[in-house]
Design a binder for this molecule. Structure first.
Ligand code: PLP
Length: 369
């Protein structure tokens, strides 16, 4: 019998949000509110469609993503030689693991956390150590500093946290940076950076000049509304690291449409900021409503809320689906009563809140604080 690589064959499946077509099929409803995958409900900048009219599908895309890296280098004020573009930032998570990990390496991350930080580490033969958040779902800085003493090869840190929502403040992030050993690569996943309030530090700025090896990950999938085209990027602390990450990906990883679209989206920051402002206003309204139902949902700096539904998350998922709403049921041990809901258009958010009220009436024993 064929022997498979057990590191890969025994991986848990990625917990992806249900697809709209599948939900239509299952429910018989046509009007589905897709609130599971943290996409931008306002779509993307109209400049993207204009740019895509230039697409020539017969030509290979630029493997170096030159135009996009130049635009990013200018915006972020860093050398383009430190930037690697990926087929979504998820590809950069995989490439970083491939570039750094060896059999029996250790990867540290936070629980609850983003599935791929664990999956890609395990696929590359690493052992994964997870540091829990505090009881009230804040980053446990002391515990993280303690775990860093063991010098993991990589520390994957999503701030703002997916799925929980809070971002590290300047003091917390500075302390973690100071505690990161020279042997460790700090990977700061800032997929939701654009949704943060003004007091949240810019990880790229805090890390520059820190002297530690680091990668900051950002994406066009969330605030820029390009999830379907797959484009994200890594900025590395130095050129040697960027080169290794680049060598770990496939050469034509970012297709031509994605490159054109990302350059156009980046050129229309005004559109992005405007749509993010609408989403964060809705997020704060939703959080207020959820709290007035006396349900527990930690503070969020993202475009989603993590809510203790007070019943099994699979039951909650089915309840929302029967109302035409897709949410993401959480499955990590200790969090099986939580759902993650994306902030959508106001009409979809109201629909969610109505269904949440009904769920709460059925399960009045839900955690309140
Ligand atoms: C969405 C997300 C990503 C991946 O985004 P891509 O679509 O692959 O760019 C990475 N990290 C976190 C924490 C995310 O939530």
């Amino acid at each position: 019998m064929l022997r498979l690589n057990p590191n890969v064959a025994e991986l848990p499946p990625y917990n992806a949000g249900m697809n709209i077509a599948v939900a239509r099929n299952r429910t018989g409803l046509t009007d589905i509110a897709a609130l599971a995958s943290n996409e931008n409900p306002h779509g993307c900048s109209p400049d993207v469609a204009t740019a895509l009219a230039q697409l020539d599908p017969s030509r290979y895309a630029d493997p170096a993503c030159t135009a996009l890296r130049n635009a990013l280098g200018k915006k972020l004020d860093i050398a383009t030689s430190r930037i690697v573009v990926g087929n979504g930032s998820e590809e950069m998570i995989a490439a970083v693991c491939r570039a750094v990990l060896r059999p029996f390496s250790t990867v540290m991350t936070v629980s609850p956390g983003f599935g791929l930080h664990e999956i890609e580490a395990r696929a590359n033969g690493a052992k994964v150590v997870k540091v829990s958040m505090t009881e009230d779902l804040k980053f446990d800085i002391e515990a993280l500093i303690d775990a860093l003493r063991k010098k993991p090869s990589i520390f994957f840190l999503s701030s703002p946290s997916n799925p929980v929502g809070p971002a590290l403040d300047r003091d917390g992030l500075s302390r973690l940076i100071a505690a990161t050993p020279r042997e460790t690569l700090l990977v700061l996943d800032e997929a939701y950076f654009e949704f943060c309030d003004a007091k949240t530090p810019d990880g790229l700025q805090l890390l520059s000049g820190s002297g530690i090896s680091h990668v900051v990950l950002r994406t066009f999938s969330k605030a820029y509304g390009l999830a379907g085209l797959r484009v994200g990027y890594a900025t590395a602390s130095d050129e040697r690291l960027a080169q290794a990450i680049s060598s770990a990906k496939t050469p034509f990883n970012v297709n031509a449409a994605a490159q054109l679209a990302a350059v156009a989206a980046l050129g229309d920051e005004g559109w992005m900021r405007h749509s993010v402002a609408k989403v964060t206003a809705e997020r704060d309204r939703m959080a207020h409503k959820v709290h007035s139902l006396r349900l527990f949902a930690p503070e969020s700096q993202t475009n989603f809320l993590f809510i203790d539904a007070g019943c099994d998350s699979a039951t909650a998922f089915d309840h929302f689906l029967s109302h035409g709403i897709i949410v993401k049921p959480w499955k990590e041990p200790g969090f099986e009563t939580f759902i993650r809901v994306t902030i959508g258009l106001p009409i979809d958010n109201d629909r969610f809140l109505d269904a949440l009220r009904l769920l709460k009436a059925k399960h009045p024993e839900a955690r309140t604080a």
